[in-house]
Design a protein. Structure first.
Length: 384
């Protein structure tokens, strides 16, 4: 007979791992399960790096969640003795007429987040390797930066195992019927028994609960490029290069500096086509490289012909507007769902885990924006 756990967390990505962390810290027994392994190449938590920024335009909720999360990332870094947060700064690039950036600067000021407002001349002087012709104004978050994605999640799972969390690599079947769930079954037939089940399956949530989430979470294909920078130059490494986000361009480009010699990372934040996280091909076509080079030619001419040393295809798991989904399953008393990272969720892993555990263990107040009832079936992105 299998062991009974207080909690079974399905999905060992950033949401599942941090949820398991706070559950274990409460003294609960926890089983953590993942079909492919923590932060694997098919997961939204996989890959090299992720941005951690405080700015969300007028959206105070995510600003405060990012502020809550960063100390936990720093604490994890201290516990494992590895630098997983790099304080590169985050630079927002736009114009004086952009209401998003005006609101962002105001919210950061009200929240006590350090920021600098820069005009076009200051931006050109400080980062001459970039040529943002139409940008007239920018906001710099000096204390923000980037996180090592795969490395941090895998390190977190290792600390969980060391603290007594049981981790296993299994694919699990969709729960059936309703009421109070006693166990779930692995695809191999092995039962997993727990008092409460928490599904943090990212892009697999629509497959796990197709009737409930097929039309409420939309995985999309997202392409990422790593460029080789000129030999002997440090212009694209910290401290000469921050993370930056180019808001005036319709493709919403963003870039991260070269960390650990992997190359200068650049991508477009526009949503790609629908994508299957199990079977989708993760090869970038030449047309995408050509599109990138057209952008480089205009804004980063020194890199126009830079070698593409690595590409990745990951996926966003979008809700209709970009808000997270954190709620109880309507058909089960003891099943919770946490997902909908929507391309911006990684940084918030600690805050989400803390919030979800407080909801389950202490009946903490719910954030209405995260409820299943708020999730519509037509996409209209509102969170950036």
């Amino acid at each position: 007979m299998s062991k009974h756990y207080d909690f079974a967390v399905i999905g060992a990505g950033v949401f599942g791992a941090w949820t398991a962390h706070f559950l274990r810290r409460s003294g609960a027994s926890v089983m953590l399960v993942d079909a492919y392994g923590p932060a694997n190449s098919r997961a939204s938590s996989g890959g090299e790096t992720r941005v951690i920024r405080m700015g969300y335009g007028p959206d105070e909720l995510y600003t405060h969640w990012a502020m809550r999360s960063l100390p936990h990332w720093r604490d994890l870094s201290a516990r494992i003795g590895e630098e997983i947060f790099h304080q590169t700064g985050v630079l927002w690039l736009s114009t004086h007429t952009d209401p998003y950036l005006k609101s962002l600067s105001s919210v950061l000021a009200q929240a006590g987040v350090e920021r600098e407002e820069l005009n076009a001349d200051e931006i050109a002087r400080r980062w001459p390797q970039l040529r943002f012709h139409e940008v007239t104004w920018g906001v710099l978050e000096p204390a923000s930066g980037l996180l090592l994605a795969r490395a941090s999640v895998q390190s977190l799972v290792k600390t969980l195992i060391d603290s007594g969390v049981q981790y296993t690599q299994l694919a699990v079947e969709t729960p059936r019927d309703g009421g109070s769930l006693a166990e779930i079954r692995a695809a191999t037939g092995e039962p997993i028994s727990a008092g409460t089940f928490i599904f943090c399956c990212g892009s697999w949530l629509p497959k796990m609960f197709p009737g409930l989430l097929r039309d409420r979470i939309f995985p999309t294909r997202q392409e990422v490029f790593f460029l080789g920078t000129p030999a002997g130059q440090a212009d694209f490494r910290p401290p000469r290069m921050p993370v930056w986000l180019h808001r005036t361009h319709p493709d919403l480009p963003y870039a991260l500096p070269d960390i650990e010699g992997r190359g200068f990372k650049i991508a477009f934040d526009r949503h790609g086509e629908r994508f299957d996280p199990d079977m989708g091909m993760r090869v970038v076509p030449q047309s995408s490289v050509d599109h990138l080079r057209a952008y480089l030619r205009q804004y980063i001419p020194v890199l126009e012909n830079a070698p593409v040393i690595e590409t990745r295809v990951c996926q966003y798991e979008n809700t209709w507007n970009g808000d997270f989904l954190v709620d109880r399953h309507p058909d089960f008393k003891n099943v919770w769902i946490a997902g909908g990272g929507s391309g911006h969720g990684f940084k918030h892993g600690p805050a989400l885990g803390e919030y979800l555990v407080a909801r389950i263990l202490h009946a903490a107040p719910a954030e209405p924006r995260f409820s299943l009832a708020e999730k519509q079936t037509t996409q209209k992105r509102a969170v950036y």
